[in-house]
Design a protein around this ligand. Structure first.
Ligand SMILES: [Mg+2]
Length: 174
């Protein structure tokens, strides 16, 4: 696979952030999780975090250091960062690397020990891969509500199925 196409390939995939298997991440040597905000943690533009996501985040906090890198505007990102009590970078212009460099510096972490978790190939996965971080793709929250598992299966049968059969991406939880 070419270098450019390779940037689009996530290391791992899960149908939702709350399905991410923390044991597997820890066994991979990951100590830091860098989360996307919109459609990963909360639906785009929403002011509410789901109960399942919130529970997952509480569990993740006990085992990993957690930060956020978002392309959203400062006001929104800072509000969520304060709410969740985590460091965050806003207006990151992902897939540019600046936001990831900044959060890693803030958290005193190396790319090798950090995983990016996000819902978009062109921003989260490409950005994380350019940094040499582990990348975890999740199905966007906005789509989960409308088409749910049907979409997940279609996506899996397509690109992700291909990648997983080739051993390029591995499933990380449900
Ligand atoms: Mg997103």
């Amino acid at each position: 696979m070419g270098r450019i196409l390779g940037l689009l390939v996530p290391d791992m995939y899960a149908s939702a952030i709350e399905h991410i298997d923390l044991d597997s991440l820890e066994e991979s040597g990951i100590e830091v999780l860098v989360l996307d905000l919109d459609n990963t943690l909360v639906p785009w533009g929403s002011d509410d975090i789901g109960e399942e996501v919130s529970t997952w985040l509480d569990g993740a906090r006990r085992r990993f250091r957690i930060g956020m890198v978002s392309n959203a505007l400062s006001e929104r990102v800072e509000r969520w960062a304060a709410e969740l009590n985590i460091p965050a970078v806003s207006r990151a212009a992902k897939p540019r690397r600046g936001g990831y460099r900044e959060i890693l510096a803030t958290m005193q972490a190396s790319p090798e020990e950090a995983a990016v978790i996000g819902d978009q190939l062109m921003t989260d996965v490409v950005g994380g891969n350019r940094m040499g971080m582990t990348t975890v793709l999740v199905v966007p929250l906005c789509r989960r509500e409308f088409v749910g598992t049907r979409l997940v299966r279609v996506v899996e049968r397509g690109i992700l199925g291909f990648l997983m059969r080739r051993g390029l991406t591995r499933r990380l939880g449900g």
